[in-house]
Design a protein around this ligand. Structure first.
Ligand code: FE2
Ligand code: FE2
Length: 142
């Protein structure tokens, strides 16, 4: 049982890393979606603001699992980048999404290892959305 408790605590810490990254991503998209300029970037602005909501939803979903596992969700966020060039904003967003894909690819296996199968499935759903975000951004960058 002690091993199980330690494994759950470890999972809480890992999920809190994800939550922090999601909160950061939500704010990053909010900032860039608000500040982006250029008529050709009109649809991208809308996209970024939609992503802000999507990333926040990921944080909320994972927060529920942290509470269920006996932890407390973090409210700590990382650095918000402040690029002024619209294309640079797209590059920043792509890097952020690629990091998310890397994290969740590991996290799916870690949830499975802890026998948290519902969480594993939710993480797969999130991972699929992040992969879509990567695809979308690569497409936009051309
Ligand atoms: Fe996300
Ligand atoms: Fe994303």
């Amino acid at each position: 049982m002690a091993g199980q408790t330690a494994q759950k605590k470890k999972l809480v810490d890992l999920l809190n890393e994800d939550i922090s990254a999601e909160l950061t991503a939500a704010l990053q998209y909010f900032y860039y979606g608000t500040m982006m300029t250029g008529v050709e970037y009109g649809p991208v602005k809308k996209d970024f603001l939609a992503h802000a909501t999507a990333e926040m939803a990921h944080a909320v979903l994972l927060g529920g699992y942290v509470a269920y596992l006996g932890g407390q969700p973090t409210t700590t966020i990382g650095e918000i980048k402040k690029a002024t060039d619209s294309r640079e904003m797209l590059v920043d967003a792509l890097e952020m999404e690629q990091a998310a894909v890397e994290r969740y690819t590991k996290r799916v296996d870690q949830a499975k290892g802890a026998k948290e199968y519902a969480l594993e499935e939710r993480l797969e759903d999130i991972l699929a959305e992040e992969q879509d975000h990567v695809m979308e951004l690569k497409d936009l960058l051309g």
